[in-house]
Design a protein around this ligand. Sequence first.
Ligand code: ZN
Length: 205
Amino acid sequence: MALPAEVSRADSGRAEVALTFHGQGEPAQVERLLGVLEKAGVRVTVLAVGTWLGEYPSMARRVLSGGHELGNHTENHLDMSGMDAAAAYGEIAACADRLRALTGSQGRWFRPSQTQYATDVVKEQAVRAGYPTCLSFSLDSRDHTEPGPPVVVRNVLGKVRAGDVVSLHFGHDGTTVAMPRILAGLQDKGLRPVTAGELFGPAGG
Ligand SMILES: [Zn+2]
């Protein structure tokens, strides 16, 4: 059965959570975070901002080479909540073009920028651009507000349940500091961190 036009959590019943990242940040900083994840054997989903890929094109293949999933988080990370169809399509398609040029695939997932949920206009334009399912999230780590690593850890571990899609961000050192504690806490709860693709199962499946 196909997924709906937007997903924010899974009801597979499996003890899994998807760690999903806003993909934009200074490469050395991103590398440190990926290093923490990869040392722990964890694969995540990265939603790349198109202008970030323009600035650091090697990051696209770097993410994939770590076994992670790479998707689309618009070209310019504008507020999509009031965006008309033409503007929304442009934002989605421009990032998709970059992903295809850099990796040969535009990725399975699209996540709108600056809004947790896609509007109907955005969902329609995502479908038009080849993304049948928008990837929202059910648990916000608030890491981009830089509240300090202990708060980021508490925001995730305090509420996390099987099936959650956790929103996290590249580009903030606090996220990297928090990550080993988040991973240990998930393990204590018997929750396995996976990619969104693993959490929701094969496309069209
Ligand atoms: Zn974002």
